[in-house]
Design a protein around this ligand. Structure first.
Ligand code: ZN
Length: 666
């Protein structure tokens, strides 16, 4: 553990301050980000920091303000707006109350902000206020948790830190923790005290400068690391060479996903997390006992659930979760609403490690947290046996009033939350628009294209871009497997990829040219549909396929023989598939767009030459249809997405025209 403090970067942050008072705040942002950049210290919104600043209020009266991390902000990326300014006097007054419920406390914290637009202050704001130093840093450092989460953790912490920290036994975060820390600090702190260790929770450091408080954190965590090294518990085990590799049968995951949806009542995303660390963890001789303890710090329970699922029996896991809920809810003061009982982490000796969530983002966060969890458990296990808090303590955090309140307030999920779509020809035009339309509706999207640009099309956890030549069967099969590995299954398929060859009369059309067009526009789609079929059958809400056809199927034009033949063939394929796959609850329909000009195919020159053929302007040419409207990629993609939704749930084998109205078709 090394300090990342850099004087010149610190000066750059200082330079942003408008006045002297603001300088402390900007250094606070700088060192918060330093803490946030280290995954072994904090992860995804974990930890919090603060600084106490003297300001003059609107009446010209000096006031002391605590700037504390606001909820919803991440230390790694926090900005000035991420710190909630709260009146110190009010916080100190609150701390004198004998008791305060969580709801009352949050109400007070929100009320004593000096800026109503600021985020909700951290639940640990009162604790920050009570520590008599200007800067306070709080993390959930893995190295310290690896030591506190052992049977003799308390004694080990005493041995490591001696008089340098105050050690506080576990108590749930909130008002009671703040009071307990303040009491113990008043009694036990001395001139040497540079931090507080919260057993099974984390660590506080503090000082009068940002640099010193940060470096004390680094020093405290560093000492825990050295202790683990001295006790040969730092180095993580690697997979034994002879260990078997996890089976690659991706359909198994799609089957598990279907079962989870049946039990949980909504589709989920499941993502593969197999690597040497997860392999070593799963194959650890003591995996049962280690994995069935609980999280390393209670607030991870929201992301990972208390326990992972060992093996693949989803209903058994859910039953055990329901039992855990029923048992603890009975002794809770308020009525509790059970969260979905599905596991968030799967550890299976055959298929390996997977993380689960309602969205791809949740799955990614869970994966990051569980990777750190596995490291910490392995270290604690090596040190003297991993021992987590008991299930009642974990339940209290999982079913905290404040978390329960969030459930009541949460809006209904987007249309395709937890569902997965593959779009072919996704790098441009209609395909690219489809990627956006499905992302906007909450789906996880896999974009395929022969053009490498598809890989970088979107930079977000719910998008996977794969360069794929759909005419190569092997590449198609690989892409489907990669889709399942990343998201756990496949619910929807938009077959958009195709080529539009140069205009050619039949008398000039060679067999090779025809075959090439048939190969891409028809055969490749057949291969794709056939290979996706076993996975689409497992889609919790039924599989859905949308084929992007062409108005040429019904109203062909001279010179477009190869194209029209191939599109008509794929349309016929759609009709047969609708007949064959209806029993598997797979719906398949075609959209026939016409004259979509905002694609790569249509250059300015081409548009001008076509328009001049008709003796009209480009604008007139674009609107040459009954409604006189321009048809865009977006018009097509929005319909493609809606076709997969509930409004069209009872429609299959159908064809829809997006063309502004065409006399030949009508
Ligand atoms: Zn904490």
């Amino acid at each position: 553990m090394k300090s990342l403090w850099n004087d010149s970067t610190a000066h750059e942050w200082l330079a942003r301050a408008a006045n002297k008072q603001e300088q402390d705040l900007y250094l606070r942002i700088y060192t918060s980000r330093l803490l946030g950049s280290d995954e072994s210290l904090v992860l995804h919104g974990g930890g919090n920091t603060s600084v106490k600043v003297k300001e003059t209020n609107i009446f010209g009266v000096p006031d002391e303000i605590l700037y504390v991390k606001g909820s919803g902000w991440d230390l790694a990326t926090i900005e000035r707006a991420g710190f909630a300014p709260v009146r110190m006097a009010h916080l100190l007054e609150l701390a004198k109350l004998p008791q305060l419920t969580d709801m009352q406390m949050m109400n007070e914290l929100k009320m004593c902000r000096i800026n109503p637009q600021a985020p909700t202050p951290s639940v640990e704001a009162i604790l920050h206020a009570l520590i008599p130093f200007k800067f306070v840093d709080h993390t959930h450092a893995d190295a310290i948790l690896a030591i506190t989460n052992t049977a003799d953790g308390y004694a080990r912490i005493q041995e490591i830190y001696g008089q340098d920290t105050v050690i506080v036994s576990y108590i749930m975060p909130g008002f009671d923790l703040a009071k307990k820390v303040a009491e113990q600090y008043a009694k036990e702190a001395n001139a040497r005290t540079i931090g507080i260790i919260l057993m099974n929770h984390g660590v506080f450091s503090f000082a009068d400068t940002a640099k010193e408080s940060y470096e004390r954190m680094i020093a405290l965590v560093g000492r825990a690391e050295q202790y683990l090294q001295k006790h040969v518990s730092w180095h993580l085990p690697t997979t034994p060479e002879k260990s078997k590799h996890f089976a690659g049968n991706t359909l198994t995951i799609a089957e598990i996903r279907k079962t989870m949806a049946e039990i949980g009542g909504h589709p989920v995303i499941i993502s593969n997390l197999n690597n040497p660390l997860t392999q070593a963890f799963i194959q650890h001789p003591n995996i049962e006992a280690m994995a069935q303890q609980g999280p390393v710090t209670p607030d991870h329970v929201i992301r990972t659930k208390r326990l992972p699922m060992l093996g693949r029996d989803v209903s058994k896991y859910c039953q055990q979760y329901t039992d855990y809920f029923t048992k603890h809810a009975a002794s809770a003061k308020e009525k509790k609403t059970m969260l979905d009982p599905l596991p968030r982490v799967i550890l299976d000796p055959e298929i390996g490690c997977y993380t689960v969530g309602k969205t791809a983002k949740e799955v990614m966060i869970c994966a990051d947290i569980y990777l750190q969890t596995m490291k910490t458990i392995l270290r604690a296990e090596s040190l003297g046996g991993y021992q987590s808090l008991d299930s009642a303590d974990i339940f209290n955090v999982e079913y905290w009033d404040l978390e329960q309140a969030k459930i009541q307030k949460s809006a209904s999920p987007p249309l395709f939350a937890g569902e997965i779509v593959v779009v072919t020809g996704a790098a441009a035009g209609i395909g690219k628009a489809c990627v956006r339309a499905f992302l906007q509706r909450g789906a996880a999207v896999v974009g395929l294209d022969i053009n490498n640009e598809v890989v970088e099309l979107e930079n977000r956890s719910d998008y996977l871009g794969i360069r794929c030549d759909i005419t190569e069967e092997g590449e198609v099969i690989q892409a489907i497997q990669d889709t399942i590995k990343r998201f756990g299954g496949l619910d929807m398929l938009v077959l958009n990829a195709g080529i539009f060859p140069k205009s050619k009369k039949i008398v000039d059309l060679s067999r090779d040219e025809l075959r090439q067009v048939m190969y891409v526009n028809m055969e490749a789609n057949l291969t794709f549909m056939r290979e996706c079929y076993p996975v689409l059958k497992l889609a919790p809400r039924g599989g859905r396929i949308v084929i992007i056809g062409s108005k040429n199927v019904t109203a062909p034009g001279p010179g477009a023989g190869a194209y029209s033949i191939a599109k008509a063939a794929v349309n016929q394929l759609m009709r047969v598939a609708a007949l064959e796959w209806g029993k598997d609850n797979i719906r398949i329909n075609t959209i026939h767009p016409n004259a979509v000009f905002d694609t790569k195919l249509w250059t300015k020159e081409l548009l001008e030459s076509r328009a001049s053929n008709y003796g009209i302007s480009v604008e007139e040419y674009k609107r040459k249809n009954i409604l006189g409207v321009e048809v865009t990629s977006c018009d097509v993609s929005e319909l493609a997405a809606e076709l997969c939704g509930p409004y069209y749930a009872k429609m299959t084998g159908n064809q829809l025209y997006v063309d502004g109205g065409n006399e030949r078709i009508i």
